[in-house]
Structures are given as C-alpha cells and as structure tokens.
Design a protein around this ligand. Sequence first.
Ligand code: PLP
Length: 387
Amino acid sequence: MKEDSQAERGPEGDPAHPVLPNDFRRQWAMIAPAVRQAVERVGASGWYILGEEVEAFERALADAWPLAYAVGTANGMDAIEIGLRCLKLRPGEKVLTTPLSAFATSLAIIRAGGQPVFVDIDERGLIDLGQCRDILTRDRSIRVCVPVHLYGFPLDLIELARLRDEFDLRIVEDCAQSIGAKWNGVAVGTVGQVAATSFYPTKNLGALGDGGALLTDDETIRDQARCLRNYGQSSLYHHAETGLNSRLDEIHAAILRDALLPHLAGWTEARREVAQAYCSRIINPLLRLPVLPEAANAVWHLFPVQVASDLRDRFREYLVAQNIRTGIHYPRIIPDQAAMAGLAYQTALEPVRARQIALSELSLPIHPFLTEAEITKVVDACNRWQP
Ligand SMILES: *Cc1c(COP(=O)(O)O)cnc(C)c1O
C-alpha cells in the first residue's frame, strides 16, 4: 500500500512471487541507504556498546510513544523480565497473564521468578479482563499482571486502569505486537508501570535482528532497568544485583532511529489500509473476521481470521496452492506446551476459548509492503474458497 516505486518494492512484478506474511526484502529496499549510513557512523565512532546512539534512540522512542523514558534491551522477552524485576516481583509470586501469546510472555515471567496464572481470552483473542476481575477478587494474593495487546489489538485500557487502581496492581504491558495502538486515544503501555516491546524482525517496528525496550514514566524504574540490563552493574565493576546481559547494540539503536522509527507511522497506516480492505471486501460465511470495538485503534500486527477447526488445514493448503502464505498464532496455548510440564503455574479458569482459537485461527498476510494486486489476490482467494 506504499506509493513507492516498483523498484523499491522488489520482485512483485513476478507472478510466481508468493504473497508472504512478511516481506523483509521489500523493507530492505526502502531502508538500505539509511541503514548503511547508520552503520558507517557507528563503525567510524569506535563506540559500540551503551553510548550516544542508544541514548538518542531511547529518547526518540520515548517521545514517539509517548512515555518519559525508554531503556533499550537485547530483546522483548528480556524487557518483560527486567520490567517485572523492577516491579519487585517476589520469588514464586503469582502473575496474571494470558494463555494465548508468544511463549516469551510466560517465559519472561518464569525467568523473573514468577508463577503464571492463566485466565481465558475474549472473542478477539485477548486476555479476558472480566475474568481477571473475578480472579483478583477471589485471590487477594495476586497483585501482578502481564497483559498482552495481542495481534496489535489494544485491550480496554479504561478497564485495565480500573483494575490497576482497585487491586493495587503492578503491571508490565506486553506491547511487543502493539506499538502505537490506542484505546480511546490512549496509547497502550501507559496504564502499566512498565511497557515492554520488541524489535524482532516480524514486529511492526522490526529491526534487522534482535532488540527490545522497556518504557516507563518512573525514574526509579528506569534507573533500575539500566542497571539490570548491564549485569546489575550500579557503577563500573560494582554489582548491586544479579542482572542480565541484555543491552541494545549501538549499531542497532542507530539503525532503529535513522532507518526504521521514521517509517513507523506510515507503515502502521499501510497496515490499517490492508486491514480495512480485508474487513470490507472479504465475504465468506466460513471465515470469521476480527471485529473490534469502536474505541480500539489497532495497529494490525496480524490479521487473524477464524475458520472451523476441521477446515483450517484445508483452507491453509488451498491458500498455499494460490501462492499465499499464512501463519497460525498460536497452534498450542502456553499451559499446554511441553516446557510447562512440572513448572509452577496455575490455570485459574480452564482456557476453553484459547484452546478453541489455537485450533481455528489463521493469519492472513498483512504488512506495509503488500501491493493492491496482492491484497486483491488474497481477497479473491478468500471469497472463492469453498471446502
Ligand atoms: C515477539 C514477542 C515477544 C518476545 O519478543 P522477543 O524480542 O522475540 O524476545 C513477547 N511477547 C509477544 C506478544 C511477542 O509477540
């Protein structure tokens, strides 16, 4: 949906080029000169770890969010772990979270010493805040929550703020898929004491490798996060805590600030246009498209549709035959993962809906570099499908 030249978009003229869930080569074609410049600058500076580039990117990211401070980390998972440690998570403390997310969400809770408590999800696939309220009312020992704005859909931030105030919650909002999403004009990540995000290549602000950040309005949390990401070092060779090695590289910070962040707003708009085209033009009674509340201004990290579980594989294979590649988010919910066996966690309520979505969800291609022709190809394929 970008107005850029054909050459910039890469091999789209080739009808054999599949419609991909992400098209990193087209992104590269657009950002290459700025990336090269950033690399040149950092290389020539002779300073590669925790310097001016990380600071400048942190400032730019915090301003864009907007939140007061950003702290770059090696990845999004570490940003969640560090966030929880900054919120003084106690060993074995329960953490309310969703069973339907990247495994990293729960893994970060576990690595921070917490015990995930899973609730079920709502129709959109997001943690059910009504259930959260019930559980928080019943179990007064739960005071920490890691909600996920999954698929780029914002949770109801007014309700989340109510829960925070009523139950005195410490919250790390997992914004790995939702940078820029808003609820009633309020940005995700601003209700919790900490927001965590990821620059993994597939994410909306996707870098050329791993990276992440946590954001906060709280100076103490910022300082502690800076300490924890750097071995728990309070000053050179003085270790106040057993921290992590989880720094964002200077070179990546420079690339993010110069070559990627300036495009984020435009790329988000392009995603919204694709989503709008799918929502208005895909008409097939066998496919359930996402329906969002009026208040939600989503950033469409993914475009999840639901199809009867016994037909999903067939639908997926049909699309492959049409040269359209899809994803599944996620085929197995977190408490059902083999790695969780023997670990301390609770399912406060049976995650019935989450298991159902795991069997029925399929993600159609959505990214800023889809062409009109590709969008139409996906729409037509969906509309023509009958099992
Ligand atoms: C990608 C992702 C993460 C982890 O981010 P990494 O940078 O890969 O560590 C965490 N939570 C969600 C919801 C994600 O999509």
